[in-house]
Design a protein. Structure first.
Lengths: 453, 509
């Protein structure tokens, strides 16, 4: 086994020093009856070449596309080469959580810079070292809001929130008989203000809305903040496409009290849905209720600036069952990718990329609307995703697109029966005019193409 | 490492007009601005302006202040800092995996689904448990999923029950998880070897008595939803009465959760499914060599007994066999099954940290049944070699062969007013990452050392020689230890002020 530094002579020397005849003798502490009395029924180990080929075989069994017009919470963006090069340094990817600050200043300073930039993007004052993904970030935000609000036990969730985020929220609220999740309906693609008003009351701790929401529409946080704050509740914005922060105002400046969501777009590929990058940013007043790892600036014995994990009194290794959460890690390397991405992009890059995404999506929408069987489902300002109603058969459209190696938008009826027959389309900086034209050309011939399949 | 004393915050280096990224030329009309005026992005306050070379140098210099597994032994107990094979990284970066979209139709991601299915089969054989979900993103996320399975089981039988039992030697995530899953935690006392106390335990100093497992089961019986037990425990000892523990809990229909953080001691040697475990998590970033990444991403798959399988998170991967002609090899197709009426629901937005699963699968194929067992045995030999070499110089918590890790305390050094923290910091001056310190809580001044199977005799000897030298320094010149580290980029940091007056981001002066 190439990974084991083992040789007959050295192995024997180790056993002699310990004073046992064989490694198996050291298993004496495991009662005989509880041991596996046989070898594992698994294949024998493989050489690097054999394993590489086997894994490449699996990778090749996934279909590759010329273009993906599917976003829905996992966005394909260009990843600068510097990111993979830096990430492959062993000092970054093999290191552990920075428990020993003197020997982990690299990770700690990076997280401090990352925290600074997430605060910048969201317009809020405090964030943590990251959370698992968008769905679990919503859970942490909702539970934190309940702690902050005190004696309020209801969390309102807009139906415009990513359907999977809503599912993850449901799973995590189920064990708490004393907490309630209530859905607020949609009108014209955004949160229905009348339904919201009807459901806001003195028991509501927070309201979660998409920004932009799953349907691509931007929610007017400022308009929502009025009634929500009047009811004494917190407004939590949930952003599933971090590139939108270059286009729409920072949620903290538009009226949100907390901002959470998914930042995989910053320097990561879709990766079949993970590892992704959950984030949660809050106001300074709420900092001692934030879950997860937080890095702070301090001084060493000689007065030099350094960084440490801080506010640990909130955490599970100190508070045990009274902790703000059970999370004791972060998405370290994914956060580092995002941090490097933000450093490379800078303000001009993030703004420019956002403009490109908006331009491509608008162009795609206009071209699609020129086709006879596509029409708007509603009309709201959007970023790089939008919904169109399709008169034809989605299965035929999908078959026609796949035949030409294009992945079409999402069949929205899968998640929203009221949007049966609608498709959620996405375009990013990766989509050229030519790709968009190919899609339009295929859609114009769907019945013919689909029949040939 | 440690090339420079100081790399400033990137923000202090920012110069207006510099760019680290050029954008593609627009080939469509410029975006029309349909945003309401108050929702237009008003600008950024901190995003730095730097060229690519400056960004690369910044993050390269920062990296040199870290210690990684390739720098040498990384003896953090219970963290299993083993070698991170480069093949795993290369494979996880294949575009066939990285470009695949989580919402793509099942037929287009057959490679991914086969990988998920195959890794689950390996984990089933390794744990002896028939149900698996790969969705949890980390060990703590796995714990939460596992306890929610326990809850769903009891709810399906009429009542969710109230209490989870957790030994005082357990990791802090265990009680935090139980609370997140809506349970009250009752602490189980442990014996000095970290195993669970069956009988009541009286503390000789305070005279206080704590109820043992038998009393708690007798008193709380039908209120107990389950127990969360780390095995081998945090002292590195196998819970040798595990079968009795699980039988006793099962007698009141309470379930047994095993924290699999220390599974590196058991793979190929003993299987939790064979000694009464109902549900457990594995840490792929420990036992299965996926990199720790400075804190993540990890993966915490959950394996469970048959009676918990109906409650597993959705979706569940399913393999169908395609009918073929006689004499032909049967073909398989894979799909997600979303129709699981008793499922606890989703625990991750998509399917978990897939990129980490790719690495763990690669680890499994590289090792095979033979390599997995050889790794376990070598990890145990290495820990015992350290035990034997350091015994006498450091106080051994229990003087019997341990499994994959060994726990010392600072009792001998305390006589010279040298404590665990000082020993840890002095190791940094000698060029090593310190072991886990002050954990488990049941061992005062604990130094918990886990070398893993990745260390050769030379590395082990060099580390042990250093530890012996530090023990000598503690006697002869304790101040060396009190002052340590002096050779790292920074001396000890003021954590109190950091927490009292938190500075959690950079702001423009």
């Amino acid at each position: 086994m190439r990974y084991l530094p083992s040789s007959p002579v050295e192995d024997q020397a180790l056993l002699d020093a310990i004073g046992v005849p064989a490694a198996e003798s050291l298993l004496a502490g495991i009662p005989e009856a509880l041991r596996l009395g046989r070898e594992l029924d698994l294949p024998l180990g493989g050489s690097e070449q054999e394993v590489a080929w086997q894994m490449m075989g699996l990778a090749n069994r996934n279909m590759r596309f010329c273009a993906q017009f599917l976003g829905a919470g996992a966005y394909d963006h260009f990843v600068p080469s510097a990111i993979d090069a830096l990430i492959s340094r062993q000092e970054w990817f093999t290191a552990y959580t920075p428990y020993q600050p003197e020997i982990s200043q690299g990770t700690l300073q990076h997280i401090f810079e990352y925290q600074t930039l997430i605060c910048d993007l969201t317009g809020l004052e405090v964030t943590n070292a990251s959370l698992y993904d968008g769905g679990t970030a919503c859970v942490e935000a909702a539970l934190m809001a309940v702690r902050v609000a005190k004696k309020r036990s209801t969390v309102l969730v807009s139906r415009g929130l990513h359907p999977m985020y809503r599912e993850v929220l449901k799973t995590n609220f189920a064990p708490h008989d004393d907490l309630h999740l209530v859905e607020v309906g949609l009108k014209d693609g955004v949160t229905d203000l009348a339904d919201l008003a009807a459901k806001l009351n003195g028991d509501v701790a927070a309201v979660l809305v998409g920004y932009p929401n799953f349907l691509g529409a931007v929610e007017d946080l400022t308009a929502l903040a009025g009634p929500i704050h009047a009811a004494g509740a917190l407004l939590v914005s949930v952003t599933q496409e971090a590139f939108a922060f270059g286009w729409f105002e920072a949620p903290g400046k538009a009226g949100a009290d907390m901002a959470c969501g998914e930042a995989m777009s910053l320097g990561n590929k879709p990766n079949f849905g993970g590892p992704f990058l959950g984030f949660l940013a809050v106001k300074d007043a709420h900092k001692r209720e934030i879950p997860g790892r937080v890095v702070g600036q301090t001084k060493d014995l000689e007065g030099r600036t350094g960084y440490v994990l801080t506010l640990t009194a909130r955490e599970q290794h100190i508070r045990r069952d009274k902790a703000t959460s059970n999370i004791c890690s972060n998405q370290g390397l994914v956060a580092l990718r995002a941090n490097i991405f933000m450093h490379l992009a800078g303000p001009a890059g993030l703004t420019g990329l956002a403009e490109l995404n908006a331009a491509k999506a608008q162009h795609l929408r206009e071209r699609l609307l020129e086709l006879p069987d596509l029409e708007p489902a509603f009309d709201q300002p959007f970023f790089n995703e939008f919904v169109l109603r399709y008169q034809g058969d989605y299965a035929a459209l999908e078959a026609a697109c796949l035949k030409e190696s294009l992945l079409p938008g999402l069949d929205l009826g899968r998640f929203y029966p009221e949007y049966q027959g609608c498709i959620l389309w996405c375009a990013t900086e990766l989509h050229t005019r030519q790709m968009i034209e190919s899609l339009v050309e295929i859609l114009a011939r769907v019945p013919v193409l689909a029949e040939e399949v | 490492m440690f090339l420079r004393q100081r790399e400033p915050l990137s923000f202090e280096r920012s110069v207006p007009g510099k760019r680290g990224m050029d954008l593609p030329k627009p080939d469509v009309p410029a975006a029309r601005d349909t945003r309401p005026a108050h929702l237009k992005r008003s600008g950024f306050a901190a995003l730095p302006e730097l060229s690519e070379v400056e960004v690369i140098r910044h993050f390269t210099r920062l990296s040199k202040w870290n210690y990684g597994v390739d720098d040498g032994i990384y003896p953090l107990g219970s963290c299993t800092m083993k070698h991170n094979p480069r093949l795993n990284e290369k494979v996880a970066g294949l575009p066939g995996f990285t470009d695949s979209h989580p919402m793509a139709p099942d037929a287009l991601v057959q490679g991914n689904l086969e990988l998920v299915y195959t890794l689950q089969e390996w984990l089933k054989e390794i744990t002896g448990l028939p149900g698996v979900t790969l969705q949890p993103s980390a060990g703590a996320a796995g714990e939460l999923t596992g306890v929610m399975l326990i809850r769903a089981y009891h709810v399906s039988r009429g009542a969710k029950r109230r209490v989870i039992l957790i030994p005082d030697s357990g990791h802090g995530t265990n009680p935090a998880t139980a609370a997140m899953a809506g349970y009250e935690v009752v602490e189980l006392p442990s014996l000095p070897d970290g195993t669970i106390a069956f009988d009541d335990v009286t503390d000789p100093a305070s005279g206080k008595t704590r109820k043992g497992l038998r009393t708690l089961v007798a008193e709380l019986g039908p209120e107990i939803a389950g127990a969360m037990i780390t095995n081998p425990n945090t002292v590195g000892v196998f819970e040798y009465r595990f079968k009795e523990v699980s039988d006793l809990l099962h007698s009141v229909d309470a379930l047994v959760y095993m924290d699999g953080a220390n599974m590196n001691a058991l793979v190929g040697v003993a299987r939790p499914g064979d000694f009464g475990v109902d549900v457990m998590h594995l840490n792929l970033h420990k036992t299965f060599s996926t990199p720790h990444g400075g804190g993540g991403p990890g993966a915490g798959p959950v394996c469970c007994a048959e009676r918990l399988m109906p409650f597993l998170p959705v979706p569940v991967v399913v393999r169908d066999t395609v009918k073929v002609g006689e004499g032909e090899v049967p073909r398989h197709t894979y799909r997600w099954d979303w129709d699981r009426p008793q499922s606890i629901g989703k625990v991750h937005t998509f399917y978990g940290n897939f990129g980490i699963l790719v690495r763990a699968m690669t680890y499994c194929l590289s090792h095979g049944s033979d390599g997995l067992k050889a790794a376990t045995l070598r990890a145990i030999v290495n820990a015992n070699y350290i035990r034997v070499r350091l015994k006498g110089a450091y106080s051994l918590h229990i003087d019997s062969p341990s499994l994959h890790e060994v726990v010392f305390s600072d009792t001998l050094q305390a006589k010279h007013d040298v404590h665990t923290l000082d020993i840890a910091k002095r190791l940094i001056d000698h060029g090593y990452h310190p072991p886990t310190i002050y954990f488990p809580l049941i061992v005062p001044g604990a130094l918990m050392i886990e070398p893993t199977e990745s260390e050769g005799k030379d590395e082990l000897d060099a580390f042990c020689d250093t530890m012996l030298q530090i023990a000598k320094e503690a006697e002869e010149s304790p101040d060396l230890l009190h002052q340590a580290p002096v050779l790292a980029p920074l001396r000890r940091l003021d954590e109190t002020t950091a927490a009292r007056k938190p500075v959690l981001r950079w702001t423009k002066a």
